[in-house]
Design a protein around this ligand. Sequence first.
Ligand code: HEC
Ligand code: HEC
Length: 286
Amino acid sequence: MRTNHNTVLLCAITFMSLGLGVAAAQNGGTSSGYPEPKNDFTQQERRGKGLYRRYCIGCHGPRGDGNGENAPYIDPKPRDFTLATFKCRSTPTGTLPTDSDLINTLKRGLEASNMPSWLPLSDQNREDLVAYIKTFSSRWKKEGPGKPLQVTPEPEVTADRIKEGQQLFQKMECWKCHGTEGRGDGPSAPTLTDSKDRPIPPYDFTEGHRFKCGQTDEDLYKIFMTGLDGTPMPSFADNLNPEQAWDLVFYLRTLQPMHTKEKDIAKQLGLKPIEPNAPATPPANK
Ligand code: HEC
Ligand code: HEC
C-alpha cells in the first residue's frame, strides 16, 4: 500500500519534472538543436527576438544566417544577417545601413522576392525587430552606420537631361549588365553572381514598376549612388555628380513599362536605344 502510494507519487514527480524540462528547453531555445549565442539581450532585443521567432525565423533561420526551413525553396535566398550586408541603404557602399533604412525595408518588403511587407506590424514592433537582427553580427558593435547620402532636390526634367542621361547609361556601362534597352540582357548578365556565388540576374527595367529599394525618383537616385551591397550592382558615387545622377534617373524612367513624363519626352525626341560601345570586334577570318 505504502510502496504503491510512493511509486505513484514518484511517477507524478518524474512526470512533472520531465514536463518542466521540456518547457525549459523550449524557452532556452535549445529545442531547435542550436545553442543560444548569448543571453545579454536588452529588453528591446528580447522583444524583437519574440517577434523574430514568430514572423521571420522560417526564412532567415534561428541563427539569422538565412537558412530557415523555407530557404531551400526560395530564390533569391533570405538575407544572412551574420554578414551585416544589406542591399537597400542610404549610406555609402561597404557601410552599415541606418535603422530607418532597415525599418523602411520592413515596411516595403523586397520587390521580386519572397520578403513580404511588414506594414501591418506596429512601429514599435519594427524597431524591436531591427534591434534584434543587429545582434546577429558583431559589426554593429564595432562600427556605426555610414553617413547617409545627401540627395539634392530633384530638378525639372528636360529633353537635354534625358539625352545626357542616356549617354551616361552608355558611358558608365550600365548596359553591359542591364542591356542596351534595359531588359536585363547585357553581355555580362549570364556571368553575374552575388557574394555567395549564386547567379543573380540584373534588373529588367522594361518589366519593373518598382525597385527592391523603393519606387520614387529619390529611391532610384540612391540605388545607383550607393549600390546594392552583396550583389554585382556597384555604387557610382565616385563617378557621377548630383546633376548627372538626376539625368540618369530621368533616362531610366523612359525604359520602364508604365507611363511617365520622361517617356513622352523621349518619344517626341525620337530617342533611339543606345549602341553598345563594346570594343571593336576583330575582323572575321575569311
Ligand atoms: C517568406 C520568407 C521571408 C520572411 C518570412 C522574412 N523574410 Fe526577410 N528576406 C527574405 C528574402 C528572400 C530576402 C532577400 C531578398 C533579396 O535579396 O532580394 C530578405 C531580406 C531581408 C532583409 C535585407 C534587406 C536588404 O536591404 O538587404 C531584411 C532586413 C529582412 N529580410 C528582415 C526580415 C524580418 C525582420 C522579417 C520578419 C519580420 C523577415 N525578414 C521575414 C525572405 C523573408
Ligand atoms: C556589373 C553589372 C552591373 C552594372 C555595370 C550595373 N548594374 Fe544595376 N544591377 C545589377 C544587378 C545584378 C542588379 C540586381 C540586384 C538584385 O537583384 O539584388 C541590378 C539592379 C539595379 C537596379 C534595381 C535595384 C532595385 O532596388 O531593385 C537599378 C535601378 C540599377 N541596377 C541601375 C543601374 C545603373 C543606372 C547602372 C549604371 C550607372 C547599373 N545599374 C550598372 C548589375 C549591374
